[in-house]
Design a protein around this ligand. Sequence first.
Ligand code: HEC
Length: 198
Amino acid sequence: MTATRTARSARILFSLCALLALPAYGGEPDVAWVERSRALADQLMSELKAELGQAMQQGGPVAAVAVCKSRAPQIAARLSASAGADVGRTAIRLRNPANAPDDLERAIMQGFAAELSSASPAATAPPEAIFESRSAQGTERRYLRAIVTQPVCLACHGATLAPEIVTAIARDYPQDAATGFETGQLRGAVTVRWPANR
Ligand code: HEC
């Protein structure tokens, strides 16, 4: 028990160090993977935003729930396959349990949430972090970028949802915990994970 707790604090400490180290890393020439991760995060978010906007406009929010359900994993899978990295979304309070974070991601997102809650509303770039973790194959390089709640998200992630959306979400996500958010709060993060053998 003690050992587990110690290991966890060590990991959290490490993740916070990684978070603090980011500005220094960002300017280094040997971190092309960070730029590739940023580009993948941009791509994922812009494709999702486009599909969400189109679905909301054409079919309304209930139809858009189905689009989020089918398209979000497909887009992430396609980007992952073409990049040779695992690209996806995660969150502390989840809608889809398949998006669950590991301990490091959770700890870093807690840092993001604190940063956003103390940031001025005009703060520009969402917080990001680079860090490493061990797999059986060796050291993986990892990138995480905050996803900030926007007004358009509130129809499905806000404090008050239309009854038909509650029904649609409950049908597909009986364990949903991803409501009650406000604009500007951390909703989740984009995660990019580069396997050790690359
Ligand atoms: C039409 C309803 C709808 C809207 C609007 C919506 N989402 Fe979602 N969101 C969903 C659904 C459904 C899922 C589960 C997708 C899946 O199964 O992977 C989801 C999942 C997520 C996840 C993945 C983590 C998790 O909890 O599973 C994030 C992050 C997220 N949404 C952020 C946002 C943000 C940011 C916005 C606004 C820009 C937004 N969503 C707008 C329905 C919506």
